[in-house]
Design a protein around this ligand. Structure first.
Ligand code: AMP
Length: 400
């Protein structure tokens, strides 16, 4: 089945056309500056081909049309007509409590998505716009929504409830939702496959460490806790996001520097994390370079990040009553051997023993713990697009 995977942002749109039988990426690319002017970057991996063009994209509909034109073009196309696209899979950031799995998109689902907008006012409107644009340009192609939050809907109440007055949960849906669910689901499934054991038997801690970072406790294939919360601002310190902090700090800083809540949130979302501590960069490569040249704050930022990851691994092992495997994924998790080593060392007391040589690798599925390590440590590149495509193919073929 050929599935077009769409990840729509407010002014950008990423796409991948995948063959779910062979798992090949037939083409992929990015529309940028939607609503401003419009730029398309289109790649065909099998031919090592890259095509760039300035195309007017006043709305997402023109962006999708330009994607279809590129996919069908004589010069750099991979299909002859839209009818070759069997289905479209949309990444949707927030499914609230409405969606605990991927769904076929119909009118009722669109209404439920609208209801989730207050929970993700920056992301969901863009996702909905992307869906509507596809419906306009490809009215007869079935579409599926895959949610970042869905995998974490199995969390028990004790993990998702905040200690706030209960009515804020009941009336206002204030609770931990968690994000990166598609990634945590994918890598925990791959971990079970790599270990050759049924996922139902395994306790896995998945560390998605990238520009945005989150950790999940996956017990028997189900997410039972995760570090992001009501929003993706919570949990670990990230590239530019603060992660968890004492809410009282906000009042203190807002009073002292006469900031309103918007300015405060801008600081917490865009100027904090490892960028905020280091004053150097949100990118761990820059931090490693600066630290190697003696920049103490860059080294401190990396240390704070690693320490918080390690602490949560301990917490989630306690929450599950043990751990069989720890998985590292996403930009930092897949590439930064030094971060993985710093995070895992010191966890020998709970049966984690790293293999330094095996850990000296990037971007491929590998066991990086020592042969005798009780807890297996795995590097697994994430593939959210593949997961979206496979879910879409499964749901659409089940309807035929
Ligand atoms: P992601 O959000 O998953 O795309 O991850 C992006 C982040 O991964 C970047 O901001 C970098 O901090 C980090 N990253 C990518 N490559 C490396 C590398 N070779 N070493 C350390 N960090 C890396």
């Amino acid at each position: 089945m050929k599935v077009l995977v769409i990840n729509a942002g407010s002014s950008s749109l990423k796409y991948q056309l995948m063959d779910t039988d062979t798992r090949d990426v037939l083409a992929k690319g990015l529309c940028e500056r939607i609503g401003i002017d419009g730029r398309l970057t289109h790649k065909v991996p099998a031919k090592d081909l890259k095509h760039e063009a300035e195309i007017p994209m006043p709305t997402h509909a023109e962006a999708i049309q330009s994607v279809l034109d590129a996919l069908m073009s004589e010069a750099h196309g991979v299909i002859r007509s839209v009818s070759e696209i069997d289905a479209v899979g949309h990444r949707v950031v927030h499914g609230g409590e409405e969606f605990a799995g991927s769904v076929f998109i119909d009118g009722a689902v669109m209404n439920a998505l609208e209801k989730c907008i207050p929970l993700a006012p920056l992301h969901n409107p863009a996702n909905i716009t992307g869906i509507r644009a596809c419906q306009k340009v490809m009215p007869s192609v079935p579409m599926v929504g895959v949610f970042d939050t869905a995998f974490h809907q199995t969390m028990p109440e004790r993990a998702y409830l905040y200690a706030l007055p209960y009515e804020y949960y009941e009336k206002d849906q204030v609770r931990r939702y968690g994000f990166h669910g598609t990634s945590h689901r994918y890598v925990s499934g791959r971990a079970a496959a790599m270990l050759g054991r049924p996922i139902e038997e395994l306790k896995i801690i998945t560390c998605h460490l990238g520009n945005g970072s989150s950790i999940a406790a996956v017990d028997g294939g189900k997410s039972v806790d995760t570090s992001m919360g009501f929003t993706p601002l919570a949990g670990l310190p990230m590239g530019t996001r603060s992660g968890d902090l004492d809410a009282g700090i906000m009042e203190y800083l807002m009073n002292k520097y006469h900031m309103d809540i918007k300015e405060m949130l801008n600081v917490l979302n865009k100027k904090s994390g490892v960028l905020g501590i280091s004053g150097v960069s949100s990118d761990f490569r820059d931090l490693d370079d600066a630290a190697a040249k003696g920049n103490c704050r860059a080294a401190l930022a990396v240390d704070v990040f690693n320490y918080n990851v390690k602490k949560l691994i301990g917490a989630y092992a306690a929450a599950m009553g043990g751990v069989d495997a720890i998985v590292f994924t996403a930009g930092v998790g897949e590439n930064a051997a030094s971060n993985r080593m710093a995070i895992a060392s010191g966890l020998e007391f709970m049966g984690v023993e790293m293999d330094e040589a095996a850990n000296n690798v990037r971007g491929k599925e590998t066991v990086i713990s020592a042969a005798g390590s009780k807890v297996k440590v795995l590097l697994i590149p994430t593939d959210e697009e593949l997961m979206i495509a496979m879910d879409t193919a499964e749901i659409v073929s089940g309807m035929k």
